[in-house]
Ligand binder design. Structure first.
Ligand SMILES: *Cc1c(COP(=O)(O)O)cnc(C)c1O
Length: 345
């Protein structure tokens, strides 16, 4: 199977499995797992923060971050296509009593500075307290698009001026850095906190890391415990994460190149329309033209019969994500499978 549904389907590499098997471990709730500690210090160093916290998932990282930044009734400003708004089960309100204020995401995944400025509440008992702005880079639902360091800095400057904090949902921030050709810290150091996923393009089986100041991470560590996310000999997982951090960021441009190859191939097929500018990184979004008599689900079923799995993200829309286990020949095979799936009456 050529599985393009997501980069979360990536299996650990043999090098990761070997590192997991020989990992030195301890009780991480006691702070005694040397491999987790090593992962956390490497993540802090790479992102330009004082401290870091290994968490079970990106969702847990964002939730722990927002609960560590905000109290009940506080407001967080985020995009209307933000992963945290759309795809995290409403955890910030269900579990944290945090109110979300959604602003329209622009095509590149950014929020307009003027929109943010207007969204920040004045000090008035009618209003919730504006506490936090969250950004997402790369932006998943906006097509794997990225925002440059200058933009991040502008948002941070605005937040500082108004006494707010900034959290970056950087599930795929390594992809953003690779696409921009900038060091990771150029995107992550200016913000107050950042999460990134080890288990997506970086190919590790489990986990995300939340980074920030010592004081912030201490609060987030308590929230993680509260959420049931305090793991014991988690070094077995962190060992794969260390291999991921050391070996994977430098190869992400290959996934981006294959996404471009895939887009070029699919663009030639009648009935398929690619988003303008797609792909920015490792995600290709495409829509079936009106003349195509099948729904996306039907096409996906046919593709599966040809050995290709794709993400269906709308009645006539797909998402295809390249990753470590997708080779050049898989790109050609996928384009061929699409051609056949759409031709079959
Ligand atoms: C995948 C993703 C998450 C959540 O990560 P999980 O590990 O699946 O919980 C958060 N934000 C963005 C932008 C993502 O793409």
């Amino acid at each position: 199977m050529i599985d393009l549904r997501s980069d979360t389907v990536t299996q650990p590499t043999p090098e990761m499995r070997a590192a997991m098997a020989r990992a030195e471990v301890g009780d991480d709730v006691y702070g005694e797992d040397p491999t987790v500690n090593q992962l956390e210090s490497l993540a802090a160093e790479m992102t330009g923060h004082e401290a870091a916290l290994f968490v079970a998932s990106g969702t847990m990282g964002n939730l722990a971050a927002i609960l560590a930044h905000c109290g009940r009734g506080d407001e967080v400003i985020m995009g209307d296509k933000a992963h945290t708004f759309l795809f995290e089960a409403g955890g910030i309100s269900a579990l944290g009593g945090v109110h979300s204020h959604q602003l329209p995401n622009q095509p590149d995944g950014s929020l307009r500075l003027t929109d943010i400025r207007e969204a920040i509440r004045p000090d008035d008992p009618h209003f919730p307290v504006s506490r936090l702005i969250t950004l997402e880079n790369t932006h998943n639902r906006c097509g794997g698009t990225y925002q440059p360091p200058e933009y991040i800095q502008q948002v941070v400057d605005l937040a500082r001026e108004r006494g707010l904090r900034v959290h970056l949902d950087g599930a795929r921030v390594f992809n953003a850095a690779a696409a921009l050709g900038v060091p990771l810290a150029a995107l992550t150091a200016p913000v107050d906190s950042v999460t990134f996923c080890l288990s997506k393009g970086l190919c590790a089986p489990v986990g995300s890391v939340l980074c920030g100041s010592q004081a912030f991470i201490a609060r987030a560590r308590r929230v993680r415990k509260m959420l049931g996310g305090g793991m014991r000999q988690a070094g077995v997982l962190a060992a794969a994460g260390l291999v991921a951090l050391r070996t994977m960021p430098g190869r992400l441009h290959e996934d981006h190149r294959r996404a471009r190859l895939l887009a070029e191939g699919l663009r030639q097929i009648a009935g398929v329309r690619l988003d303008e500018g797609s792909p920015a990184t490792n995600m290709v979004f495409l829509t079936l033209e009106d003349e195509v008599p099948f729904a996306a689900r039907e096409v996906a079923t046919r593709l599966q019969q040809h050995g290709v799995r794709v993400g269906v993200v709308g009645a006539r829309r797909f998402r295809l994500v390249t990753h470590y286990w997708i080779r050049d020949e898989d790109i050609a095979a996928t384009v061929g499978a699409f051609r056949q799936a759409l031709a079959a009456g």
